[in-house]
Design a protein around this ligand. Structure first.
Ligand SMILES: [Ca+2]
Length: 124
């Protein structure tokens, strides 16, 4: 399998205002074709811990916060890579009225909402 480009997602745990030394290690790799992946954080699983989502050429990936700075393997929660191609932006906010934070994507076609169904599952 040929990789076109790889960007790293970095998780920086700030213990103080001092710079991190040495540089933090990536917690996941992304298949970003032309640039860095877009990243957002919020509690998407309802356990009180902020999870991480990032968009790359494969789609939208969820890293579930396992606690103590550990995250699950990336799970693709939206796999429309054609829609995401071209640097989508992503945000997390509750916009459907069910008190579960949803994912909002801005891509080349417009803005879409991935409704949070709970348990790390989403529906367009
Ligand atoms: Ca969570």
């Amino acid at each position: 399998m040929q990789k076109l480009a790889i960007s790293d997602i970095l998780l920086i745990i700030a213990i103080s205002a001092a710079a991190c030394t040495p540089a933090p290690s990536p917690i996941a790799t992304a298949n970003a074709l032309f640039s860095h992946p877009f990243v957002a954080a919020g509690d998407l699983t309802g356990d009180g811990r902020n999870d991480i989502i990032f968009a790359d050429s494969k789609g939208l990936n969820l890293l579930v916060n396992l606690g103590n700075g550990n995250f699950s393997e990336g799970k693709v929660v939206y796999d429309n890579s054609n829609s995401l191609f071209g640097q989508p932006t992503i945000a997390i906010s509750e916009v459907t009225g069910d008190h579960l934070p949803d994912i909002i994507i801005g891509d080349k076609n417009g803005v879409l909402i991935l409704k949070n169904l709970g348990g790390g599952n989403f529906k367009n």
